[in-house]
Structure formats: structure tokens, C-alpha cells
Design a protein around this ligand. Sequence first.
Ligand SMILES: Nc1ncnc2c1ncn2[C@@H]1O[C@H](COP(=O)(O)OP(=O)(O)OP(=O)(O)O)[C@@H](O)[C@H]1O
Length: 260
Amino acid sequence: MTDITHPIAEVKKATKAYQQGDRTVNALLDVDLTIHAGEFVAVMGASGSGKSTLMHLMSGLTRPTSGSITIDGQDLATLSDRGLTHFRRRCIGLVFQAFNLVPSLNAYDNIMFPLYAAGIKFQDDEAIYDLAQQLGIEDRLTHRPDSLSGGEQQRVAIARSLISNPAIVFADEPTGSLDSVTGQAICELLRRLCESQQRTIVMVTHEPSVAAWADRVVVLKDGQVLQQFATSAHADPQSLAAYYQQVVGGFEQPLAASLP
Ligand SMILES: Nc1ncnc2c1ncn2[C@@H]1O[C@H](COP(=O)(O)OP(=O)(O)OP(=O)(O)O)[C@@H](O)[C@H]1O
């Protein structure tokens, strides 16, 4: 059962402005968003709506032009660049579309990489094996990325994101490089991590069939939160896709038609 009482991430009046020639583009404008412990949240929106910018701000990869981001009680603005790097390593897990594994390292060392980078000695092989088992990659730990399937590589990347027991995991299009069956298996895994380990996950996706695994969908448009809705209000991904189309005003491709 998801415990959604404790805010893990709070975005308040966050704006991120970029200079494009003599034009200022507000990639995000006055965004307010709260993510609770144990929640699985999908961020959707058309290309250019500000999804990646929001993820980058919340994960401390970039700083807002104005407004504040608080993760696990820590206001990121009060941290120096170095302090922010340390905080990120301890408290934030990242999962990318392209997996971003180190090609020369086997799965075990890729999973351990954040701890190696932080200079943390961690000898508990049983804990790593347990984590690998939960992710279904326990027999793949000696393999390098080039001998793993896409789905296995993403499982390794998810294990890597969890190794430091972060307060929150951000996943940017985690199924974007996978076929739909493998993508659905990764979604099921993320869902299970929320339910069995009370993980808090924020995921960017274009796919309603992926967003349907989350608890809540946050829809961005032109750098602002256009709407938020609970996935439980929709009986199936087709209904969610149709509603999403309605919310964004039908300007996107007919995603409902592309659902399996
Ligand atoms: N570094 C940057 N410099 C200038 N403009 C930027 C920069 N990063 C993002 N933008 C602009 O900010 C807006 C939001 O971009 P962002 O990448 O957050 O959108 P997105 O929803 O993630 O898009 P996509 O789905 O295509 O990845 C866009 O207009 C983009 O051109």
C-alpha cells in the first residue's frame, strides 16, 4: 500500500529561463509540484513542454532561475555546487533512456559505480545480490553491457540508481529505447519497486501505456502544469490516452491509436 503523506520533493514557483539569441524562453514558468513518499508519478507533455527541464531541476542537474526545489527536506539552493553533487549522489537516483552504462565495466561494477565514484566502501555482496535478484539480473552480474539485452541493461541501470538507497528516483523516458513488451516489463518493475520498497519515482514518458503504471500523471504544456490526474480514474491505458489527448487539446499525434 502506498503511503502518500510525506512530501519527498517540493517544487515551488520554479522558473527556468534560457536565452535563445535575443529571446528569453521560459522552459518552465512558476511551476508548483509536490511528490509524496512512495508515489510513482508520470510527467507527460508535448515535445518542448519542459519535461526534461523539470527533471533536471528536481534532480539538481541544473538550478532554477527563480523559485525553489526541496528534496527530502533539503533546499537545493542552499547547497554549493560541490554540496549539490554530494547530495545528488546520496539522495537522488537517475535512470536514462539510453541506459548510460559504462561499456568496459560488468553489470556488478556498473551497479556499484555511484559508490565507487563517491569513495564509499561497500562490501555487502549479499545486499547487491538481493537487489540484483529483485531486478531479475542476478545471473547477469559478470556480463558487460554489450552482452546484455536492452531490457537487462535498463535493469542494471535501475539497480545502479537504487544502490545508494536514494530518497527519490528520476527516470527520463526509461522505456524509450525498448520494444513495447520489454518496456512494459520495466514499468511493471518500477511499479513493484514503489509497492514493495516504498520507492518514490518520477518518470518522464510520451506513452500513455507507460504512464498508466504510475499513480498520478502531471501534464506540462508550455513550461506550466496544465493538469494533474490520478491514473485510477482510468480503467485502462486506452481511456487514459483518450483523456490525455483531451487535456492537451488534441495537438499531439493520436497516441491512443498506437497503443497495443
Ligand atoms: N539549454 C537550453 N538552452 C536554450 N533553450 C533550452 C535549453 N534547454 C531547453 N530549452 C528550451 O526549453 C523548452 C523546454 O525544453 P525541454 O527539453 O525541457 O522540453 P521537453 O518537454 O523535455 O521536450 P522533449 O520531449 O522534446 O525532450 C524548449 O523550448 C527548449 O528549446
